[in-house]
Design a protein around this ligand. Structure first.
Ligand SMILES: [Zn+2]
Length: 339
């Protein structure tokens, strides 16, 4: 498990949902629950990642976005962008925090003085996990918090600031992996990851998620989104209605995801490991149990790809640790099966 304690210093307090101010679900208790559960398990060791050079981020994210993040270090309080310009002819200045809405797509993802450090360590953990896989390990887990799969090249949102899983994929590619697949099993569509590799045939992006007509991020995640240019055909969106249970979920993985991965033949897999498919999750509306999550892990592990598991969502803090452990134990068991 890759994790840095500075990831716990970022504490978003609230967000807006249909005009109501609600407690922010992306709490430090989430990470604490996972650290606690995995620390108790002799199978997992806690490692602190090395710091991530800024150049590593610039390869994926827009310099202006990173510049804006640098400015947030001076913030004394949470900043929620309130003006979201669209279209041509818009000028935005990353030195002016009133303009932060240009780099943001929702009202649930605040900036404050602790965000930038937490987000960089979260990304550093994912990059280090990928580096370990590139050196021959079979499974590495990054406790990335804040999460990353909604972050695009130049926009933050969905509690995500830097796209940790995408950074992990790039790390593997730079280390020589010709093809990498990202499988996103978070309840929500990985819109940021999709956009980052939209034209890239060397990174296959697959996301299994709730129907965007009913669930965040609403505007994307439909099956007809398949990539473009040379990347056309290398993005797969599988939408499922609310109420999807473990049996159905594994069926999707077995029948619709496994053959696509097999045909693609990736050197490694990034698993965007959201746990908000859990039946008691306050944001997700699927019905997977802890045991289902273990079986999901085992099934994915049985495919045999060296795997970087990167934490994404999952908001039932009290059960999040045991769900992460179940998924990871399943992955390890699947990977160790003879093939
Ligand atoms: Zn999610």
């Amino acid at each position: 498990m890759l994790f840095h304690s500075e990831q716990l210093l970022f504490k978003p307090r609230y967000e807006w949902a249909l005009g109501e101010r609600i407690d922010h679900p992306e709490t430090t208790a989430r990470a604490e629950s996972i650290v606690h559960a995995l620390s108790e398990d002799p199978l997992f060791e806690l490692w602190q990642p090395p710091a991530l050079p800024a150049a590593h981020l610039r390869g994926l994210h827009a310099p202006s976005l990173l510049h804006l993040y640098e400015k947030t270090v001076a913030l004394q309080d949470d900043l929620y962008p309130t003006v979201f310009p669209r279209g041509d002819g818009v000028r935005a200045d990353p030195d002016n925090l009133h303009h932060a809405g240009w780099w943001c797509f929702d009202a649930g993802t605040p900036l404050n003085g602790q965000m930038w450090s937490a987000a960089r360590w979260s990304a550093a953990a994912a990059v280090e996990a990928a580096r370990r896989i590139s050196q021959g390990e079979g499974l590495a887990y990054s406790l990335s918090r804040p999460p990353g799969h909604h972050a695009t090249r130049d926009r933050f949102g969905g509690y995500c600031y830097l796209n940790n899983g995408a950074l992990a994929a790039r790390t593997l590619r730079k280390a020589g992996a010709r093809k990498v697949a990202i499988l996103d099993i978070d309840y929500h569509h990985g819109n940021g990851t999709q956009s980052l590799f939209w034209r890239d045939p060397s990174v296959l992006t697959v996301s299994v998620h709730a129907d965007p007509r009913t669930d965040f991020p609403y505007y994307t995640g439909f099956p007809e989104e398949r990539g473009a240019g040379r990347g056309e055909g290398f993005n797969l969106n599988l939408c499922e209605e609310r109420g999807c249970d473990g049996t159905r979920y594994r069926q999707i993985l077995q029948e619709q995801v496994a053959p696509v991965l097999r045909a693609f033949e990736p050197a490694a897999l990034i698993l965007a490991a959201g746990l908000d498919t859990y039946r008691l999750d306050p944001l997700g509306k699927f019905e997977l149990t802890t045991d289902d999550l273990r079986e999901v892990g085992e099934l994915i592990g049985s495919w045999g790809y060296p795997t970087v598991a990167v934490q994404e969502g999952g908001y039932h803090s009290a059960h999040l640790g045991r769900n992460a452990r179940a998924l990871l134990r399943g992955l390890r068991d699947g990977l160790s099966r003879p093939r």
